[in-house]
Design a protein around this ligand. Structure first.
Ligand code: ZN
Length: 295
């Protein structure tokens, strides 16, 4: 009898401490408050996009990769992961089939209201993990623009690709890059293809990799020290940079593994951070009465 009670006790302790799912949409409403607590009030939004990825990769490549690494990292360091998010800056691919390019003001509002809604549900910290290069400038501006109004949460912006837990993992991936033929890397190139080859092998069509050119046409090379909105199209009109045919399983596994570890480390750092919110609150107080700020 004693053994049965002991087993029951161990089982109930195990069930009480069983990890909740990391996916926001998979949580039940009664479990949600516990997930917010367990995550250290940290919610992670992986930002994907729907755009052409050369002739041989799926439109959702960025979404698939960023969600894969964020979800795996969340298993290592518990955070709540926001549902599939595809609103972003992708005007440069509007000439290609399948692109979803919401208008700039709508992209902004969805992102801002998503952050507001996450915070209204009890989170104090939000990491926007970017899986799409075309979002880089927008996200930096978005984070700074949030300083224009007082708010009770902190937004952190992170890259969903070149992020590493340590130098050794970085060197290992860079070593594999160095083994590739020249100009293999880039948008829909060997690096992204290698990751899709692991995550969704049935969606990678290597035999189509050379049916379009991923070469840089450099059609604006006469302009130096200046940029334009049409730069990307000028270089890569096929929305393809590099050579997906050079993708290997070894590279895909190494990249996914390194990024997952890098993100798990980052989640831990952000969970323990208390400075961003403290400084932000101090800043908002001062910004209301700038003449009182010590000179
Ligand atoms: Zn991509």
């Amino acid at each position: 009898m004693k053994t049965i009670f002991l087993l029951f006790f161990i089982l109930s302790v195990f069930i009480c401490h069983a990890q909740l799912t990391v996916k926001w949409e998979d949580l039940s409403a009664p479990d949600f408050p516990k997930a917010v607590e367990n995550s250290g009030k940290l919610c992670v939004v992986p930002l994907g996009i729907i755009e052409k990825h050369g002739p041989c990769l799926p439109l959702g490549t960025d979404l698939m990769i960023v969600r894969d690494v964020v979800l795996k990292a969340a298993q290592k360091e518990y955070v709540v992961v926001f549902p599939e998010f595809i609103a972003g800056q992708i005007n440069e691919a509007r000439h290609q089939p399948g692109t979803i390019a919401y208008s700039p003001d709508l992209v902004w509002r969805i992102l801002e209201e998503t952050c507001n809604e996450i915070a209204r549900n009890g989170f104090e910290k939000i990491i926007l993990v970017n899986g799409h290069g075309g979002n880089n400038a927008m996200l930096s501006y978005f984070a700074m623009a949030l300083l224009s109004r007082k708010h009770n949460y902190a937004v952190y912006v992170a890259n969903g690709w070149d992020i590493y837990a340590d130098e050794a993992q970085k060197r290992a991936v860079e070593g594999l890059f160095a083994k590739l033929p020249e100009n293999s890397l880039g948008h829909a190139g060997a690096d992204e293809a290698a990751e899709i080859k692991i995550i969704r092998p049935e969606l990678f069509k290597p035999e189509k990799a050379k049916t379009q050119s991923g070469e840089n046409l450099a059609r604006l090379k006469h302009l130096t020290n200046v940029s334009t909105g049409i730069d990307w199209y000028a270089c890569f009109p096929n929305h393809y940079a590099g050579n997906a045919a050079a993708a290997t399983d070894e590279l895909g596994k190494a990249m996914l593994n390194a990024t997952t570890n890098g993100l798990a480390k980052l989640f831990g750092e952000v969970k323990t951070d208390t400075e961003v919110l403290k400084l932000q609150n101090q800043f908002f107080d001062q910004a209301e009465k700038p003449l009182k700020t010590d000179q």
